[in-house]
Structure formats: C-alpha cells, structure tokens
Design a protein around this ligand. Structure first.
Ligand SMILES: [Zn+2]
Length: 97
C-alpha cells in the first residue's frame, strides 16, 4: 500500500514540474519577440538608410552615398552603387573608363 502511495506522489510531482517547465518555455518564447517587431528605422546609433539596390538597411555613417540633398541615395557597397547606377543610367559613378 505504501509503495502505491509513493508512486502516486512521484507522478504528481513530475506533472507539476512538467507544467512549470512548459510555462517557462511559453513565456520565454512570446515575451521578447513582441518587443522588437514594429520598431522604426531610427535607432540610438544614428539614422538607418536603405540601400535602394539590395534593400539592406545600414547606418548612414557607414553608407556610400551619391547625390546631394533630398536626392541622396545610400548604398551598402560599391557593387550595389555601381549596379544601381548602371540601372538608372544617370549615375556618374557607374561610368567606367
Ligand atoms: Zn546593397
């Protein structure tokens, strides 16, 4: 009789532990995912700009730029800049000697 009682207690403890673990896993998955979903382009490190050729976002300070004022375009690499320029046809950087 006591053996049966010990087994029942063991099973109950295991069930409680399993519930706790499942709750912790569920909380860990949902909480951090929601925070960073809809953040804007502005960040603490500076303005992020979008490479119009490949679509990559990168800090303005590290981007290659062409044009001035409102028509400035920013690129992640020389390859992207040249590829975009040759597509547009009006980019002086795209012309090769
Ligand atoms: Zn790029």
């Amino acid at each position: 009789m006591t053996v049966l009682l010990i087994w029942i207690i063991r099973i109950l403890v295991l069930l409680l532990l399993a519930r706790l673990v499942l709750r912790l896993i569920a909380a860990g998955r949902s909480a951090p995912a929601r925070r960073q979903s809809a953040r804007g382009v502005e960040r603490a490190g500076g303005t992020l700009v979008r490479d119009p050729h490949c679509g990559t976002y990168l800090p303005k300070s590290r981007a290659l730029s062409i044009g001035t004022g409102a028509e400035t375009q920013y690129f992640c690499s020389v390859a992207c800049r040249d590829a975009y320029g040759s597509k547009e046809g009006s980019n002086p950087f795209a012309k090769r000697v």
